[in-house]
Design a protein around this ligand. Structure first.
Ligand SMILES: Nc1ncnc2c1ncn2[C@@H]1O[C@H](COP(=O)(O)OP(=O)(O)OP(=O)(O)O)[C@@H](O)[C@H]1O
Ligand SMILES: [Mg+2]
Length: 328
């Protein structure tokens, strides 16, 4: 359904990727990245899309949204997490393909009504050490630059896996930092989706994030001219799908004045802002609800957060992707 334009920007190798990649990113912590990733992914799957979620956060919150920690320990920890793939990049352990790491969370998939699918590549606490490990042993200078270029482009390369061809969309839940793992997600992405709270530091952070993304992309494309091994290399150019505001307090169905000011401020930065914001509902998100099934799939939940906002944000997200969509 949603496929990247064959003539568009692409992966470091320049091959036409068959899967559309979106990173959910903000290096401010606790702004709703994981909540948005889980529910957006689930709702898209419920509308018939084949969605692959990738948890790149060592906190493993997205993974634990779908798997019980005991289950993760027994079935996923040692063999089926994205850490194993990043470990393989260094050559210390045998390389695996991303396709080998995919798991299908049972309870969430049992709640889907259509022909869609929701799969996951799980995370691991040890992913926090990857950043240091990837840089270890490579001296400064040209070799270091080449290695950094390789690692930054590795996820984009890894997503060229025939086993992943069936997915319409890959949604990546990024950690709240901008380390090399996060950078590899940015380089692999067609779009960035930025959840944010409407407060001073979050708003400040968005501007800063966009600056860091711009610098990374420029550096990566410049390095590609020095180090790319494929003649068919395309420039990477992820764009901002939009800022989605979360945890908003409403009065008379409108964001309270303290929030509205920040919404306006982000629009003034020239960034697209989703018309629908996610209101704060602590009971819904922190409540004693069944594990493994995002709220958007829980049929008994009648909150406007689900009925109106999460579904509407999904519709707005799809609408943003439409102009780049091609029929395949
Ligand atoms: N609309 C909401 N109303 C109330 N609580 C929310 C809402 N959205 C998310 N939360 C809660 O806020 C906390 C942070 O959300 P979440 O984990 O999605 O943020 P995050 O940006 O992924 O955090 P981190 O940076 O640590 O990865 C969680 O406990 C979550 O349940
Ligand atoms: Mg998170």
């Amino acid at each position: 359904m949603v496929r990247r334009h064959p003539g568009g920007y692409g992966s470091p190798s320049g091959e036409v990727p068959s899967v559309y990649v979106v990173s959910v990113i903000n290096y401010k912590g606790g702004v709703g990245k994981t909540t948005v990733t889980a529910n957006l992914g689930a709702e898209l799957a419920n509308r018939g899309m084949k969605v692959l979620l990738i948890d790149l956060d060592p906190q493993t919150s997205l993974t634990f949204s779908f798997y019980d920690p005991d289950d993760w320990r027994e079935r996923l920890r040692d063999g089926r997490t994205v850490k194993r793939w990043y470990d393989g990049l260094r050559g210390d352990t045998p390389a695996v393909t991303l396709g080998e790491l995919v798991v299908s969370p049972g309870p969430a998939n049992a709640h889907l009504t259509g022909a869609g699918r929701l799969d996951l590549i799980a995370s691991h606490l040890g992913l926090a050490d990857i950043d240091l490990a990837l840089a270890r042993g490579v001296a400064d200078g040209e070799d270091y630059d080449r290695e950094l270029f390789r690692v930054r482009g590795a996820l984009a390369e890894g997503l060229h896996d025939a086993a992943l061809d069936g997915y319409d969309l890959v949604l990546i839940d990024c950690p709240p930092n901008f380390n090399v793992v996060t950078q590899s997600a940015v380089i692999a992405s067609d779009h960035l989706l930025i959840p944010a709270k409407a407060d001073y530091l979050s708003t400040l952070g968005i501007d800063h994030l966009c600056g860091s993304v711009g610098e990374l992309v420029d550096r990566y494309n410049a390095d590609a001219r020095r180090f790319a091994t494929s003649r068919r290399h395309h420039k990477v150019a992820p764009d901002v799908a939009g800022v989605v505001f979360t945890m908003i307090q409403l009065t008379a169905q409108r964001p309270i004045a303290a929030h509205q000011g920040y919404l306006d401020q982000v629009r003034a930065l020239g960034l697209p802002v989703f018309p629908t914001a996610l209101r704060e509902n602590v009971t819904l998100f922190a409540g004693n609800t069944p594990r493994g099934v995002p709220v958007v799939l829980r049929h008994r939940v009648t909150s406007p957060v689900v009925q109106e906002e999460l579904r509407q944000i999904t519709t707005e997200f799809i609408a943003h992707l439409q102009p780049r969509e091609v029929t395949v």
